[in-house]
Design a protein around this ligand. Structure first.
Ligand SMILES: [Cu+2]
Length: 154
């Protein structure tokens, strides 16, 4: 029996070694590089961009809240007019693939911040709470820039 057990042990060890070589996995989506471009006009929305890094299971972003923003919508940009309201479509949610990522960036998916507290000026961070279909929530902060400014170094 010893001669049979040893190869079996090696097979298990090999599987464990393979598993150990994979990058460390998280059960929660991570929010990275969040930043917002503020509107020069108080009654126009700001645009929010960020990167979501997937957990070990696919999850879905279903909403974002902030104590300093009245309403936050997820949008998809359609065609060329990246910043024209006519060129956008609301999204009910966006999948974040397991161990993958979901990008929200200018010209693509983004979030729009309606009713930003006037106390938020370029350079003031916006606190955010990202809600997922799994029931998990992730807190983050967005750096802010003025209209026409480049993305902040993050
Ligand atoms: Cu939009």
């Amino acid at each position: 029996m010893r001669n049979l057990t040893l190869p079996a042990f090696h097979a298990v060890a090999a599987v464990l070694a393979l598993t150990g070589c994979q990058p460390s996995k998280s059960d929660t989506v991570a929010v990275k590089y969040a930043w917002a471009r503020l509107s020069p006009v108080p009654d126009r929305p700001a645009a929010l961009y960020f990167t979501l890094t997937g957990a070990n299971q696919t999850d879905r972003l279903v909403g974002i809240d902030s104590a300093v923003v009245q309403r936050i919508e997820l949008h998809e940009s359609m065609g060329g007019g990246a910043h024209a309201m006519a060129g956008m479509k609301p999204l009910s949610g966006v999948d974040v693939p397991a161990n993958g990522s979901a990008l929200f960036q200018p010209g693509g998916n983004h979030a729009m911040l309606f009713g930003v507290d006037p106390a938020i000026t370029p350079g003031t961070a916006i606190p955010l709470r990202f809600r997922f279909a799994s029931g998990k929530a992730v807190e983050s902060e967005a750096k802010t820039v003025a209209t026409g400014q480049d993305a902040p170094g993050v």
